[in-house]
Design a protein around this ligand. Structure first.
Ligand code: ADP
Ligand code: MG
Length: 255
């Protein structure tokens, strides 16, 4: 479904220097896969996600979705950022319909989808609330429903749970897996949490410190239906400690 090859990204700074953010990134994602990308802060995760979302230009290389190059925002793609950036003067329902509105007029099918995904994220009945009436976790759920509402095949998520407390985060991880199973989406999620990356993924893409390269792509050998107690299992621990060892050898222990 996604095919990335020879991807490079250089940023020009205001001082006239160049920052090499991504270096020769290559990977593919199959339909229906859950892929996580883990790497230390500043390694280019958000850069990669923005290029996939079509909101940032690549310097070189090719990025395709279903065989077509990604050159701009695409209906096939929904994006969830770390902060849900909801419009405070619009209700939950109006916020969720915003991407559909930007892609054209809102249809009855859009409204039905918005209701369906709002229920899927556990917020049925919250249609007419305003963002400031919701907790941080609930606002992020609205962000997820908004990304799903125009029914994209691919969901891109940039550290979507980074701002949440540990317990809310665990619940959101489980809910995300449930939503993904129910909606049959392909998901690519970036995080700097190694356990989160391993818990969620079919495969984990490990990135080096800047300039971000892919150092490894690991299969996670856990049952498709994840349960929290699996974080105590041997296969989980092996993948986590493998990635930790690599990051600590790179001096990126905090990742
Ligand atoms: P991550 O999401 O992994 O923390 P980013 O993709 O945000 O990393 O950033 C990768 C590198 O590129 C960082 O060193 C960052 O400072 C730099 N960078 C990001 N955006 C810009 C920009 N617009 N201009 C210049 N440098 C940038
Ligand atoms: Mg980032």
């Amino acid at each position: 479904m996604i095919h990335v090859s020879g991807l490079n990204k250089m940023y020009a700074t205001r001082e006239g220097n160049e920052i090499h953010a991504l270096s020769d990134v290559n990977f593919s994602v199959a339909d229906g896969e859950f892929i996580t990308v883990v790497g230390p802060s500043g390694c280019g995760k958000s850069t990669l996600l923005k290029i996939l979302a079509g909101i940032l230009r690549r310097t070189s290389g090719s990025v395709e979705i279903d065989g077509r190059p990604i050159d701009g925002p695409n209906r096939q793609i929904g994006v969830v950022f770390q902060a849900p950036v909801l419009l405070p003067w619009r209700t939950v329902f109006e916020n969720i319909l915003l991407p559909s509105q930007l892609h054209g007029a809102i249809t009855d099918a859009n409204r039905a989808d918005a209701r369906k995904y709002l229920a899927m994220v556990g917020l049925a009945g919250f249609e007419d609330k305003y963002p400031n009436e919701l907790s941080g976790g609930m606002q992020q759920r609205v962000g997820i429903a908004r990304a799903l509402a125009h029914d994209p095949a691919l969901l891109l998520m940039d550290e979507p749970f980074g701002a949440l407390d540990a317990m809310t985060r665990e619940n959101m991880n489980l809910d995300l897996l449930r939503i993904r199973a129910a909606s049959k989406k392909t998901v690519l999620l970036v995080t700097h949490s190694i356990p989160e990356a391993v818990f969620l993924a079919d495969r984990v893409i490990v990135m080096s410190p800047r300039p971000g390269r892919i150092t490894e792509i690991l299969n996670v050998d856990l049952p498709a239906e994840r349960r929290l107690e699996m974080i105590n299992s041997a296969p989980f621990g092996e993948v986590v400690s493998h990635i930790r060892k690599y990051f600590s050898s790179q001096g990126a222990l905090d990742a």
